[in-house]
Design a binder for this molecule. Structure first.
Ligand SMILES: C[S@@+](CC[C@H](N)C(=O)[O-])C[C@H]1O[C@@H](n2cnc3c(N)ncnc32)[C@H](O)[C@@H]1O
Length: 391
């Protein structure tokens, strides 16, 4: 990406955060007004609560606005962007919709209501701690977390004493992760459930707020932990790398982006004692590239811990492009097309040189929701695969 494109990409995301309330208003409030005004008076009288609920939705949108605007204005400076929203590029519908889903992701990773969803993080850390029981020695254990979303698992891995690097390629996520990891030292209220009207049991459920907080956020971050473990330099243990997993951590042969940092990639060769993939594997368009990348950046004695479903993200993506084969021949390719079954994936992992050390059986699989309202009358539940591999 050149500088102008990068500026455009970044500022349109900041605009999505800054003007999110306007989009919420258009999505939620406007259609309700039109519908209500189109009802004959006798039908309106049958819904005496309707206008008050719309007012409550407006108030909740305003609370979200306080938060999302604060995030945009706080984090733009970190990215070297001027604090003047009127000069930023406009956000599109997809950008706004991603902010909507990030409010739910905030609930998952940092919200008081997200505890149950975060059990999967605990499970992964538990396995890591089993392998590295000596807390003081963990600062020498490099852990990579690709597709780390809003950074909670990275943060928890550091709290357990490891040197952790999060990797994420979405600006929408990176901006909020930066806020949560570095600036959220007091509680914020958000309303993440406003946007769904189907399967709602009570209006109050839709309006309820979630409190998000990172107790250790802000500059004084890990002070309490440092008192308990004075020999562990918590403040130095966390880092984030922005960019595509395969570009940043894979072998040169996988690089799709000619401007990606070759030197950074070279330093990652056999660098990590552990790679933790949480709800990440199925984001691959080509799972073989992800596996090659894990094999490349993992130390020979290292472990790969995976937890997540096989909901292949590109299954419905027919976008095509061209790719150059090692022979030099250019051929068309497509985003979808490598959605493997569990059995075929397991075989592939073994064929690529990994050994399974532990794996949940079908009956043991973790069943969980993902960034959703647990009080809805109907929810998508994920049946997660869990395994530990060595190579
Ligand atoms: C389903 S989310 C999981 C987030 C987090 N690990 C969790 O469990 O809540 C997948 C994340 O991977 C990121 N992602 C997808 N493909 C990626 C890639 N090739 N490189 C880096 N990040 C990627 C997405 O932006 C998204 O934040």
């Amino acid at each position: 990406m050149d500088d102008i494109e990068e500026y455009k990409a970044l500022t349109s995301v900041f605009s999505a955060y800054y003007h999110f309330h306007q989009w919420e208003y258009d999505q939620l409030i406007k259609p309700r007004g039109i519908k209500y005004n189109s009802l004959p008076p006798d039908e309106q009288r049958l819904l005496p609560w309707y206008t008050q609920h719309t007012e409550s939705l407006k108030q909740a949108i305003n609370t979200n606005k306080q938060f999302t605007q604060f995030v945009a204005l706080t984090i733009c400076k970190q990215f070297g962007i001027e604090e003047s929203p009127s000069s930023w590029y406009e956000a599109g519908h997809d950008d706004f919709d991603k902010v909507r889903s990030i409010l739910l992701q905030l609930k998952r990773e940092w919200g008081d209501e997200g505890e149950h969803e975060r059990l999967v993080f605990e499970r992964m850390i538990c396995e890591l701690n089993h392998k590295y029981p000596d807390f003081s020695a963990r600062q020498h254990v490099n852990v990579l977390l690709p597709g780390c979303g809003l950074g909670r698992l990275v943060f928890e891995v550091v709290r357990n004493g490891y040197r952790a690097q999060g990797n994420e390629f979405s600006y929408h996520m990176l901006i909020m992760a930066n806020f949560m990891l570095n600036f959220c030292s007091h509680p914020f209220q958000i309303h993440p459930y406003l946007h769904k009207f189907s399967n709602v049991c009570n209006r109050a459920d839709q309006l309820r707020s979630v409190v998000i907080l990172n107790h250790a956020g802000g500059t004084n971050g890990f002070e309490q932990l440092m008192l308990a473990h004075p020999d562990v330099p918590f403040m130095e243990l966390m880092s984030m790398a922005a960019g595509s997993f395969t570009d940043l951590y894979g072998p040169d042969s996988l690089t799709t982006n000619s401007t990606s940092p070759n030197e950074f990639r070279a330093t990652n060769k056999a660098h990590f004692e552990a790679v933790l993939t949480c709800f990440f594997l199925d984001t691959a368009s080509n799972i073989i590239e992800y596996l090659k990348t894990i094999a490349y950046c993992l130390k020979k004695s290292g472990i790969w811990i995976n937890l997540g479903p096989l909901l292949w993200h590109f299954e419905n993506d027919f976008n095509t492009s061209h790719i150059t084969l090692p022979s030099g021949e250019q051929v068309p390719t497509i985003m979808k097309g490598l959605e493997l079954s569990r059995a075929d994936l397991i075989q592939l992992i073994e064929d690529m040189g990994f050994q399974f050390e532990k794996m949940d059986t079908h009956e043991q699989r973790t069943v969980t929701i993902y960034a959703a309202d647990p009080r809805l009358l109907s929810n998508f539940t994920y049946h997660c695969e869990f395994w530990i591999c060595s190579q």
